[in-house]
Write a protein that binds this ligand. Structure first.
Ligand code: ARG
Length: 465
């Protein structure tokens, strides 16, 4: 094959093809515009394959050295921007291989021995995704640390805890932040678990059936730092579960971000006024001069839909595919890339934004006082005095009704009035009826008492390093 032919994909296949592709079909079938970002993984995979081919004496050591030299130059060219990506060469794999052959001649043509683009692309995507997962792991840790920091600064700050968005019981703002730390910790666990299945080697499956060359697949896996080898060649080339699992884990992480965003948006609205986020994460309005809009959390909430959409796209991509590789699989890349980009940017920006949250403890406390948040504490107090819980619940309902009628908090009802609902109530009830008393009382593992929150902070700090 001449160099000129190698530059043209339609002619690179074989002599079998009697007519060239139209420009439209070329554009439709090519992936180089987006899969070129796999170039490092592609070179790494090729070098591992070439090293093994030489060790198995399938290619000569001279050819191996030539391939290494050529790849080094290609790496430099791509890094400096000098590399010329050709649409005619369809994808990242053919582009790099053609350039290698241009540089080192026959040695370049021997690289593809015992390999197909089917096992090559599956390997490249896995290598690329593995390094992205490692970056995401670091970003999830930074976000958790930022949240633990705000939790620590606000252990004693009292927030009305809500159920049904109705004031329920007072909670520590720090405790509330740590709820998100739990979510992002689970996301990190899930990513670590997905990584195990990402980090397996398809190479050696060749097109679909394996190859007749005596390849050492375990050696390639070891060179690439992979945990094992895909054990069925048909599955190896066609499996995209790892991409789906990753996107599912990413979707869940985005959903956690989205829930947090929703709270930030509510909290910074005039009706709550609980927090302020730093100006650099907000924007103004072109018509209403008084506005400061929470654009960053709103966009994150919106981008969550986009990532969940990618998950649906990937699931649907796979549902009708017979074994083994089908060109459909080329469509796995854009959703996967966009999922990674969106998640990384979002995690990064939220770690920064968390550090810029200003808390308004007075506003939170005022809101907690408005909602009879210590009613459960009054019921618990009566239970401790011997009343069955259901009766205490009913008695407190009457007390709340009275407080509403007088437009006062439970803690503002005189002892005499309280005793009408249960004669066993004594003066010490006022300790229980305060927000702080309520908070301190929930001193149980996982509860909101400051002592418990501090213990959790210490646990997270030790875990996060
Ligand atoms: N660009 C292709 C993809 O992303 C590479 C594999 C092509 N294999 C094939 N038999 N056409 O899936």
């Amino acid at each position: 094959m001449t160099q000129n032919q190698l530059d043209k994909k339609s002619e690179a296949w074989s002599a079998l093809f009697s007519e060239p592709m139209s420009d439209l079909v070329k554009r439709y079938t090519s992936s180089v515009s987006f899969d070129q970002r796999l170039w490092q993984a592609d070179i790494e995979g090729s070098l591992a394959h070439a090293g093994m081919l030489a060790a198995q004496k399938i290619i000569s050591t001279q050819d191996h050295a030539a391939i290494e030299g050529g790849m080094k130059q290609i790496r430099d060219e791509i890094e400096s921007g000098a590399f010329e990506w050709k649409l005619d060469l369809e994808d990242v794999h053919l582009n790099i291989e053609a350039r290698l052959t241009q540089l080192v001649g026959d040695a370049g043509k021997r690289l593809h021995t015992g390999r197909s683009r089917n096992d090559q692309v599956a390997t490249d995507v896995r290598l690329w995704l593995r390094s992205e997962i490692d970056l995401i792991d670091g970003l999830l840790a930074s976000l958790q640390k930022a949240l633990v920091d705000i939790a620590e600064q606000n252990v004693e700050v009292i927030l009305p805890g809500f159920t049904h968005l109705q004031v329920a019981q007072p909670v520590s703002f720090g405790h509330h932040m740590l709820a998100y730390v739990e979510m992002f910790a689970r996301d990190a666990e899930r990513m670590a678990d997905v990584r195990k299945r990402v980090n397996r080697l398809p190479l050696g499956a060749a097109a679909l059936a394996g190859t007749s060359y005596p390849l050492d697949r375990e050696m390639v896996a070891k060179t690439l730092g992979m945990d094992g080898v895909c054990q069925n060649s048909l599955d190896a080339v066609s499996d995209r579960d790892f991409a789906i699992e990753f996107t599912a884990a990413a979707s869940l992480a985005m959903i956690h971000i989205s829930r947090f965003s929703e709270e930030l948006i509510l909290w910074m609205s005039q009706n709550f006024g609980f927090i302020q986020i730093a100006d650099r994460f907000t924007t103004g309005s072109s018509i209403m001069p008084q506005k400061k809009n929470p654009d960053v959390p709103e966009l994150a909430r919106g981008k969550t839909g986009r990532v969940v959409g990618h998950l649906m796209g990937l699931l649907t991509l796979m549902k009708g595919q017979p074994l083994a590789y089908n060109k459909d699989n080329q469509e796995d890349k854009e959703p996967l890339f966009d999922t990674v980009d969106t998640l990384k940017d979002t995690l990064r920006i939220f770690a920064e934004m968390a550090g810029g949250i200003t808390v308004r403890p007075e506003a939170m406390e005022k809101a907690a006082l408005r909602g009879y948040a210590t009613a459960t504490d009054l019921a618990d107090y009566m239970v401790k005095k011997g009343l069955p819980f259901r009766d205490a619940h009913e008695a407190v309902a009457h007390a709340v009704k009275a407080a509403i009628a007088h437009q006062v908090d439970l803690s503002e009802l005189p002892l005499k009035v309280l005793q009408e609902f249960n004669p066993k109530i004594e003066k010490d009830v006022y300790e229980v009826l305060s927000l702080r008393g309520s908070l301190n009382a929930r001193n149980i593992l996982g509860g909101t008492a400051p002592a418990q929150v501090r213990a959790q902070i210490a646990r997270h700090r030790a875990r996060l390093g």
